[in-house]
Design a protein around this ligand. Structure first.
Ligand code: ADP
Ligand code: GLC
Length: 486
């Protein structure tokens, strides 16, 4: 089956969060099941630099008149065939993929990502005479116009191409002023409540949700949560109306990247059977960061975007408790300035117990999971969450708020769950400083019970968290959609 995956990010070429990890891992998992997956990506500098055996497709004229080239190439670092939109004026800029170096969104983000959806629909229409997808699977708002363009070009298609849209985070919607609509080249009727209009604006997210043949999101619990007013970000009504076409499919972990036995980015390898390397990783990180060199102190870790979503103000509020209990904490993250400043300031006052690195550092993230005893993920909401799963794999038990994918992957280490072998971390339910601190207390109590701790950690490390299950579910979904369309 020919599947085109469309996303703005892809690990290892461009990553700002979990979307990239998923986009980088899912194609290989599907190909292993006999699919023929290709990806469509914006031509960011790192993507262009990775292209080999380049073939250029017929020139595209985009709805606002510009001419653009799409190249088909082999991506060496992904072992994958990709279509790349080669438009340097759009994608090759100083700054990040979405924001300039002053952290301001690029003024033309509407056009930059409309182009991604438009190019996807052109591939569905047969832009490449050597390969035409049967399914176009687009991810997050950046790629969300693909289903809209496909819906309006269907009469020009000999065979129907299915449009799947995955929501990785409903909070980032890609909403633009109504003037953008004139650029998009969609029929006027699309700018309505039954279309991509959202409170008078153009919403890419709504386009994906409204026009896709099927919507998925990245965990079963989040699929239910986004249908509620509390977590629906204004789109819960539409999601309830389309509930029969909405499925939660839990992300997996890419074992070729996140495996403590084979990870070249950590100083000492280890696994559930040979755990000694983990203590060595911990000692090495304590030394690297100037923390007290004590193997018996519990080391907590945070690897996160520093945003409201991630609930890290709870961690800040709990610092006195953590320090008074003798724990250590290492934080790696970047994002909102007030959080960056607050963590930096706390670190300057407690340098033997708290190490903070503001920035984005893939290698350091691996060292933190390998060294820490507990991974903190107190998110206010979390569609899936990957760091709690990386924590599980690296024997750093996750402590999480019971929402979204966190609720689907972490089981409290209550005595009954320790006994039945299900326990793998710590879970708090009420989103409050008190509930978070009580969970911290439970993690410290288990840490003090060596045998129980080792048992829970071993079980956590042995959990199957790969992409097999998710890939099977996506494949079954594609097959069903294709069967329905004949
Ligand atoms: P989200 O996508 O909401 O940020 P996820 O848990 O799904 O959350 O994925 C986050 C991904 O980004 C993980 O791979 C995590 O290790 C990585 N990550 C987050 N912040 C940093 C950082 N500052 N440095 C390195 N990796 C980071
Ligand atoms: C989003 C979500 C995160 C999820 C990731 C990958 O960034 O915030 O919870 O794990 O996408 O699906």
């Amino acid at each position: 089956m020919k599947v085109l995956q469309v996303s703005a990010e892809i690990y290892p070429l461009l990553k700002t969060g979990g979307l990239a990890d998923v986009a980088g891992a899912l194609p290989a998992a599907l190909n292993a099941r006999g699919c023929d997956v290709r990806v469509l990506l914006p031509g960011f500098v790192t993507v262009l630099a990775d292209m080999q055996d380049v073939r250029t497709l017929p020139e595209l004229t985009v709805p606002w008149g510009e001419r653009v080239l799409v190249r088909c190439a082999w991506l060496a670092s992904l072992n994958l065939t990709a279509y790349v939109i080669d438009a340097p004026s759009m994608y090759c800029r100083n700054g990040g993929p979405y924001e300039d170096d002053q952290r301001q969104p690029y003024a033309d983000n509407g056009r930059r990502f409309a182009l991604l959806g438009f190019a996807a629909a052109q591939l569905a229409l047969g832009l490449d005479d050597q390969w035409q997808p049967q399914v176009v699977h687009s991810h997050d708002w950046h790629a969300a116009l693909a289903p809209a363009y496909m819906a309006y070009s269907r009469q020009r298609q000999a065979t129907r191409v299915a449009a799947v849209y995955t929501v990785h985070n409903l909070a980032y919607q890609g909403v633009f002023p109504p003037e953008l609509f004139h650029d998009l080249g969609l029929p006027g009727s699309a700018f309505s409540i039954d279309g991509l209009e959202f409170h008078g604006q153009v919403s890419f997210m709504k386009a994906g949700l409204f026009y896709a043949d099927h919507i998925t999101t990245v965990s079963p619990t989040y699929a239910a949560e986004i249908q509620t007013q509390a977590q629906g970000c204004g789109l819960d009504g539409l999601l309830r109306a389309r509930a029969g076409l909405l499925t939660g499919i839990l992300n997996g972990v890419d074992d070729s990247v996140w495996n403590p036995q084979l990870d070249p980015l950590i100083p000492f390898p280890f696994d559930a059977d040979r755990i000694a390397g983990k203590a060595q990783c911990k000692a090495a990180l304590q030394k690297e960061l100037g923390l007290s060199l004590q193997s018996d102190l519990p080391l907590f870790g945070v690897v996160s975007r520093l945003t409201e979503q991630k609930g890290l103000h709870l961690v800040l509020a709990a610092l006195p408790t953590l320090f008074s209990r003798g724990a250590q904490l290492v934080v790696l993250g970047n994002g909102e300035k007030w959080l960056e400043d607050a963590f930096r300031e706390a670190a300057s006052m407690h340098s033997r117990q708290l190490a903070v690195r503001i920035g984005y550092d893939e290698h350091f993230a691996h060292r933190i999971f390998s060294a820490s005893d507990v991974t903190l993920v107190p998110s206010r909401f979390e569609p899936c969450g990957l760091t709690q799963m990386y924590g599980l794999k690296y024997g750093s038990l996750p402590l999480v708020h019971s929402v979204g994918g966190l609720a689907d992957t972490v089981v409290e280490s209550a005595p009954e769950h320790v006994a039945d072998g299900l326990a793998n971390g710590f879970v708090f339910h009420e989103f409050s400083a008190d509930a978070f601190e009580r969970a911290l207390g439970r993690s410290l109590a288990l840490y003090a019970r060596n045998t129980d701790w080792n048992q829970v950690r071993e079980r956590a490390m042995r959990q199957k968290l790969g992409w097999d299950q998710a890939a099977s579910e996506y494949l079954a979904l594609y097959q069903r959609l294709l069967a329905e369309s004949v």
